[in-house]
Unconditional design. Structure first.
Length: 297
């Protein structure tokens, strides 16, 4: 489709890039790379790399359909077919994900990369004096810094099976008592869980999390049935500390490029008063022993 100014629209541009990517990857393979026997002198092959008919046959698709795909035409491509092309073209996980993106499909279900907790711990420690925490794809706590412990709460005080943002928000009475706007904050994190469940249908960990919280929290059970969906928007929370006052925090959510299933949340004081109150909490606290967060999940 061409836009009103004569330029191809986003869909047509993506389809053109899809064809370009397939042609480039096909040109980088030789018959022997995919188990085919090359007939005649390989130097005299008129096509660099594999032929279209070879890719189509190995992938179990029609030659005409594959030709149209390489030409950037508007043809439907299922996940099964795109994954078959990825296998034929010997794509690595990054290339496979890119191919799926160009075809308008979700990322493939690749194994989650392991989180480098020492690296993440350095990141949240460098965020001091701002409270900072990293959650895994299931919203379990991975690492956090000293300011997070003092301003929000200590995840190590939660039962090991419940060191999780959702469990903390909906079942930790102390956290709830400290949050003047608890309801809006709890509804916001529940909406993020709804979004995660929609992206990972049938995931056993998330299903168990929803089931457990539905039994433990009437608020969670009621809101869950309303099916709220709101991805993260700029927001703030308030935390009340006895003898200190209310600390207003602006929330920033970020995802590391190398492991986008992780969620980094940095909580920045919204005003000078809140910043000074965090400084007071840090100054009053005793130096903590060297305790690792490696058992936090």
């Amino acid at each position: 489709m061409v836009s009103g100014n004569g330029n191809p629209g986003p869909l047509a541009a993506r389809q053109a890039r899809l064809g370009e990517f397939l042609r480039a990857r096909r040109a980088m393979l030789q018959p022997g790379d995919v188990g085919l026997v090359a007939y005649g002198d390989p130097a005299r092959r008129r096509t660099p790399g594999l032929r279209r008919e070879e890719v189509a046959e190995l992938s179990g698709v029609g030659l005409t359909w594959y030709t149209w795909l390489e030409q950037g035409r508007d043809v439907a491509a299922s996940a099964q077919v795109i994954d078959a092309l990825a296998r034929t073209l010997r794509l690595d996980p990054d290339q496979h994900g890119h191919l799926r993106f160009l075809a308008g499909l979700a990322e493939p279900n690749e194994p989650r990369p392991d989180a480098d907790r020492q690296r993440l711990q350095r990141l949240v420690d460098a965020s001091m004096p701002n409270p900072a925490v990293v959650y895994d794809p299931d919203f379990d706590y991975l690492v956090w810094n000293r300011a997070y412990v003092l301003v929000r709460h200590d995840p190590l005080e939660l039962p090991p099976s419940r060191r999780n943002l959702m469990w903390m928000m909906f079942t930790d009475k102390d956290n709830r008592a400290r949050m003047p706007r608890w309801e809006s904050a709890a509804l916001a994190v529940l909406s993020q869980l709804r979004d995660a469940v929609g992206r990972r249908p049938g995931d056993p960990v998330l299903s168990a999390l929803v089931s457990g919280l539905s039994e433990a929290s009437p608020e969670f059970r009621g809101w869950w049935s309303e099916y709220p969906i709101h991805r993260f928007r700029p927001a703030s929370v308030a935390v009340r500390h006895a003898g200190i006052g209310v600390i207003e925090l602006e929330l920033f959510q970020l995802r590391p490029v190398e492991n986008q299933g992780l969620l980094l949340v940095v909580q920045v004081p919204r005003d000078a008063v809140s910043g000074q109150r965090i400084a007071t909490l840090l100054a009053r606290a005793r130096p903590s022993p060297n305790v690792t967060n490696s058992d936090a999940v």
